[in-house]
Every structure is written in structure tokens, then in C-alpha cells.
Design a protein around this ligand. Structure first.
Ligand code: HEM
Length: 224
């Protein structure tokens, strides 16, 4: 018998797809900022500012990404339903689960029955992605405060300026921001591959979980 398990809440799934859209827009507009690949149409008036337009959209989506990262962090720490995510930490520090998981990926063992919903390798990958999100957001904010000196840009200037100096100056900050993007570009195809692998090989409908919220599991036999 197969039973369904409610894994991801509505807000968690919504937040995930917000991040997908923002990252897509940020990668395309980011590549444009790094290397403007479109030529603006020729106009007699000095009002084209195409580069500024792409950058403005980049910053708008950047702030949406920061907001969604903050919501996700809040959910991870405080949300009752996200307890299943937090419990994954105990699997992460359990060598037995590590060995079982590696055996599973080598196709010589069964999937471990962990306490949380993420296996140790998944947990470490998502943790790295959160550190990366933090780095790209901070470096993005430093770049932002040098574009808009008033309002929020002016407000964070004194706070983040020492960090910018510590990193080696604005050019280095821009370089770090750019290189960090490549961590996402490497992660995304691996993430999609692993999700499909787990879904198909593990027969748990793991891929459905991020759409419907549910995964499918074999019902455990009750002990007599
Ligand atoms: C997935 C997230 C992000 C990606 C992939 C990304 C990518 C990039 C890339 C590739 C560049 C060009 C760097 C270069 O010149 O080589 C850039 C510039 C920039 N990014 Fe991001 N970024 C992201 C998030 C953010 C965030 C959260 C903010 C903050 C609001 C931000 C603000 C900026 C600004 C202000 C610039 C510089 C614009 C300029 O030089 O005029 N980015 N980004």
C-alpha cells in the first residue's frame, strides 16, 4: 500500500518558485550588466539609458530574492511545519545515514529512513546554497549602494562600506558577486537531476512535492 505524506507547505512551495523566477531574471540581467549583449536603438535624444533599465530590473528582482530568502530563513527556524526540514540536521550528523545514503546513490543499498526530509548530502548542498545566497545578497547590496546613494542605498552605506574595504574594494566585490552566480549555475542542473533521480528511482514522487506538497511512500507494516 502507498500512502501520501504532506511534505512542503503552500508558503514554502510559493517561496521556492519565487526564487526560481528571480534567479532566472537575475542571471539573464546579470549577464547583461557584465557584458551588454544588446545594442540600443539609435536615437537623437540622450534618453535611452538601456543599461540603467536592465540594472534597475536586476535590482528590483534582487530585492525580491532578498525578501524571499528572509522569509525562507524565518520559516526554517520558526515554522511548525518546517520541523521536518530542521530534523534533517540530526541525519546530517549521523554517520550511519551518510553511509546508507552513499550506498543508495551507488545503487547498492536502500534509501535511509531519516528523521528529517533531506538526506545529509542534500542538507549540505542546501546549506551551501544559503551561504551563497547570503554572499550574493550582501555583495549585491554593496553594488546597489554605489548606484543609488539616497534612500535605502544611503542608509546601508556606512554599515556595508567597511565590508567592501575588507573585501578589497568595489571591483573585487563585483568579481565576487559575478563568481558567486556560477555556484548557482552549477547547482541548478545538479539539483534538477537529483530531484528527478529521486523521484523516478526512489518512486516517491519527490518531484511532485514542490508542486502539490505531497510525496508517496510505501506504508509500513504494523508490528504485531
Ligand atoms: C541569483 C542572484 C544574482 C545573480 C545571479 C546576480 C548576477 C549579477 C551579475 C553577473 C552581475 C554583473 C557583475 C559584473 O559586472 O561582472 C551583477 C551586478 C549587479 N548586481 Fe547582481 N546578481 C544577483 C543578485 C543580486 C542582488 C540580491 C542584488 C541586490 C539588490 C544585486 C545587485 C546588483 C548590482 C547593483 C549590480 C551592479 C550593477 C552595476 O555594476 O552597475 N544582484 N549581478
Amino acid at each position: 500500500m502507498i500512502e501520501k505524506k504532506y511534505e512542503f507547505s503552500g508558503i514554502l512551495r510559493f517561496n521556492h518558485w519565487i526564487r526560481v523566477v528571480t534567479m532566472l531574471v537575475l542571471v539573464v540581467t546579470g549577464f547583461y550588466i557584465a557584458n551588454p549583449f544588446l545594442t540600443p536603438y539609435v536615437s537623437g535624444e540622450p534618453t535611452n539609458f538601456m543599461n540603467a533599465l536592465w540594472r534597475a530590473w536586476h535590482i528590483i528582482f534582487g530585492f525580491i530574492l532578498i525578501a524571499s530568502t528572509m522569509v525562507k530563513s524565518y520559516l526554517f527556524i520558526f515554522d511548525r511545519h518546517s520541523r521536518n526540514e530542521r530534523m534533517s540536521f540530526f541525519d546530517f550528523i549521523n554517520p550511519k545515514v551518510w553511509i546508507q545514503q552513499i550506498k543508495y546513490y551507488m545503487l547498492i543499498g536502500v534509501h535511509p529512513e531519516g528523521r528529517g526530509i533531506y538526506n545529509p548530502l542534500q542538507f549540505i548542498a542546501y546549506f551551501t546554497i544559503f551561504v551563497t545566497l547570503f554572499v550574493i545578497s550582501i555583495t549585491g547590496l554593496i553594488l546597489h549602494m554605489h548606484v543609488y546613494h539616497d534612500g535605502f542605498g544611503g542608509l546601508i552605506f556606512d554599515l556595508l562600506r567597511p565590508l567592501e574595504v575588507w573585501m578589497g574594494g568595489l571591483a573585487v566585490v563585483r568579481e565576487i558577486h559575478h563568481i558567486t552566480m556560477w555556484i548557482f549555475l552549477l547547482f541548478i542542473p545538479i539539483h534538477i537531476y537529483m530531484a528527478v533521480f529521486n523521484s523516478v528511482y526512489g518512486k516517491t514522487g519527490a518531484m511532485d512535492a514542490i508542486f502539490s506538497g505531497y510525496t508517496w511512500h510505501k506504508k509500513k507494516k504494523k508490528k504485531k
